[in-house]
Design a binder for this molecule. Structure first.
Ligand code: ACM
Ligand code: ZN
Length: 507
């Protein structure tokens, strides 16, 4: 008899009793009608899992798995599960909490259902997250991942109580978002001539409005909020290829086939870039209910602005001394546009720089990626922060270990599962008292080298499982050896779901 609840992330508390729950087949889950949506999804997820074990048809009746409402607090993510000899009871004060409880149950079924029999230790699980932001970013510009792939990923992320899907929709290598007033963004900007790969697809594509709504809704039903990112004013080759008049030199430009950082960015002296941003934000607000919109802001090169008469005129008019301040000016306008639309901006940590004259508005959330320093600085200035330091295993495009055989970007300090597990959103360098500004953390999958959905899974799993535990489980409960031993059971869950995963050394 297995004694341990091996789920990932590790629950806050598990108390075992001596008994064992055992059922032939699996009961249909029933419960409070306010949880009907979550229960229906979980019954379908379990039905799919059972089919993978070779069991067909409905789950067995009568039900002895129940979801009950205890209290009323839609903001709470807490849940409890009591496994007794006769039944399993999941309780929560919110639909989020119930969904998390159902995912913990799904994990248990995926690993403890053998030869048609589910055997679980009787136990009482109490659980809730440490951090409210537990995310994954997927770069759909460098590689155009399909909607079915994204939905499968979202479903699997929700198994780990991940609750944010950060959708990187635009970059130099492809524009994926329809904007009615700027149709060339998708007509031209979504396609690159890239002929390095012999096979098709994809060298391009974009998501239709219906597809975007479908993804957002699918994620929302799994209690994952989708946050769109439109990267401005850099990483703009796809925009410039579509509308060359928005660049400093006028082009010609092309949707980039190369990877890297490019000098051509939006012209800070051209008012039409603000009209573009307005129309983009209108499109985003229509499609994405999230109160957050990510505006990018990373890796903007200033060479063009330095040489451009229009940018220099703008600089002089605004009384600025250096081009970095022009970026702060643009950022402040973007933040304001979003705020007028009832949304809060998130940006990469570069948006903190050169902001003496145009201060980064206090409500702007900073995503710290160049190590942890952006997060330390931003929280000291009173900004909310999301930690995704490339130095702490959060960059899932990096090799798991630095060998010639391992795929991914080389990164000398490494990005092992251990490193990802050790990630701590609140770092010792942060000023005491600023902890409440740290919303949480996430993993980022940049896709320059990751040219297939299965390949993406290999890079994401199991590092995202480690990150999920780092942002859910109290620091005191974390233990890498214990995580590694639970990971053995967890790998079989991912296998049953058909998710590819890295299997090499964890450190
Ligand atoms: C980034 O990795 N350029 C945010
Ligand atoms: Zn210019």
């Amino acid at each position: 008899m297995k004694e341990k609840i091996t789920v990932i992330p590790k629950p806050v508390s598990v108390k075992y009793t001596e008994d064992v729950y055992q059922s032939e087949g699996l009961s249909v889950i029933s419960g409070d009608k306010s949880f009907a949506g979550e229960i229906e999804i979980a019954n379908n997820q379990l039905r799919c899992a059972l089919e993978k074990f070779g069991f067909k048809g409905p789950l067995c009746e009568p039900g002895n798995i129940f979801c009950l409402k205890k209290g009323d607090d839609e903001a709470s993510e807490a849940y409890s599960i009591v496994i007794s000899k006769e039944k399993i009871t999941i309780e929560a004060a919110s639909s989020k909490g119930i969904y998390h409880g159902l995912q913990t149950l799904r994990q248990l079924v995926l690993s403890e259902f053998n030869n048609g029999v589910l055997v679980l230790p009787c136990a009482e699980i109490q659980d809730y997250p440490c951090f409210s932001w537990r995310g994954l970013m997927l770069d759909c510009s460098r590689y155009f991942y399909t909607v079915p792939f994204i939905k499968e990923l979202i479903d699997t992320l929700s198994l780990h109580h991940i609750n944010r899907f950060h959708w990187h929709l635009t970059d130099d290598q492809g524009w994926r978002l329809p904007v009615a007033e700027y149709p060339l963004l998708t007509e031209i900007g979504s396609l690159r001539k890239d002929s390095r790969m012999r096979w098709k697809p994809p060298q391009g594509g974009f998501y239709s409005e219906d597809e975007i709504r479908d993804v957002v809704d699918y994620a929302a039903k799994r209690h994952i909020e989708t946050i769109p990112e439109v990267d401005l004013p850099g990483h703009a080759s796809a925009i410039l290829a579509s509308y060359p008049e928005l660049g400093c030199t006028g082009g010609p430009y092309q949707v980039e086939e190369r990877f890297g950082i490019f000098e051509d960015v939006l012209c800070a002296g051209n008012d039409r870039i603000l009209d573009l941003a307005t129309k983009i934000f209108d499109a985003l607000v229509k499609l994405f209910p999230s109160k957050w919109v990510h505006i990018g802001g990373d890796e903007v090169r200033y060479n063009r602005w330095e040489a451009c008469p229009k940018c220099q005129k703008r600089l002089a008019e605004l009384g600025l001394k250096k081009p970095g301040e022009l970026q702060s000016w643009i950022t402040s306008l973007l933040v304001k546009m979003l705020s007028e639309r009832g949304r809060t901006a998130i940006g990469w940590d570069e948006i903190l720089e050169d902001s003496d004259k145009f201060k980064l508005p206090k409500e702007t959330i900073v995503m710290s990626w160049r190590g942890e320093t952006g997060g330390v600085r931003a929280s000291a200035l009173g900004h909310q922060v999301i930690m995704t330091p490339n130095s702490c295993g959060c960059y899932l495009d990096y090799k798991h270990i630095n060998t010639a055989e391992e795929p991914g970007q080389s990164y000398e300090p490494g990005a092992s599962v251990y490193k990802a597990y050790s990630m701590q959103p609140v770092t010792p360098e942060m000023k005491s008292g600023s902890e409440q500004l740290i919303l949480g953390g996430q993993g980022n999958l940049w896709a320059e080298l990751i040219y297939a959905g299965k390949f993406a899974q290999y890079m994401i799993f199991p590092r995202i499982c480690a990150i999920a535990e780092a942002v859910w489980t109290p620091k005191e409960n974390k233990d890498f050896e214990d995580f590694s031993s639970r990971l053995k059971a967890h790998r079989s869950r991912l296998d049953t779901l058909g998710i590819y995963q890295y299997r090499g050394p964890l450190k």
